[in-house]
Ligand binder design. Sequence first.
Ligand SMILES: [Cu+2]
Length: 222
Amino acid sequence: MGDRVIQRHVFGTVFAVESAVAALVFLVVLALMAYAVVRRRAGRHGAASRRSDRPVLEKYYVGVLTAFAAFLIAWTAWHNHQEHRPPDRTPVRVDVQGFQWCWKFSHPQSPAKRSATGTCRGKDLPTLVVPAGRPVQLRLSAKDVIHSLWIPDLRYKMDTFPDHVNTFTLTLDHEGRWRGRCAEFCGERHYSMDFWIQAVSPKDYDRYLHGQPLATPAGAAV
Ligand SMILES: [Cu+2]
């Protein structure tokens, strides 16, 4: 699947399959309960069963549940592995720092020492600029307390810690702009810790690293 694997697709597939299995199990349990209630109300009930009444049925029941659980674990782990395998190309690096109450995005490979930050008050939101179609490694840390970088539309979320660097690699397969948030309650203005993530063409990203303005200015609607 290569570079075009995006988290939203993987998340959607896993979520759909897990929901279908959960719904199936739920319906089967409901049907069995309804059957038991109706049967009892109809008065066709004998003495309470003893433990040893249906050993084969119980083994079958345990086996089916174990098979469902094993399938779900293996299915999810396999998809997780597909998304998190090492990128084919050297990723672009961006250092992300969360602080009370905004973000700072630094591009260490930028000759112009490019970085973006803001106050996260009103429309003063920082923009994380990344190249579309290329793997981007985010190195996350925090200045004060725990925050969490969250891009709901793309299904990315990872905590940022003051004393530890968390790393993950994402690839956005097309240009666009999405809203990001803080997903870890971090104090008084946690609710306003929003930012933008904007994927631009690799050529525009290179210009951005060299300190030139973007063709589509950061913060403008795409
Ligand atoms: Cu926060």
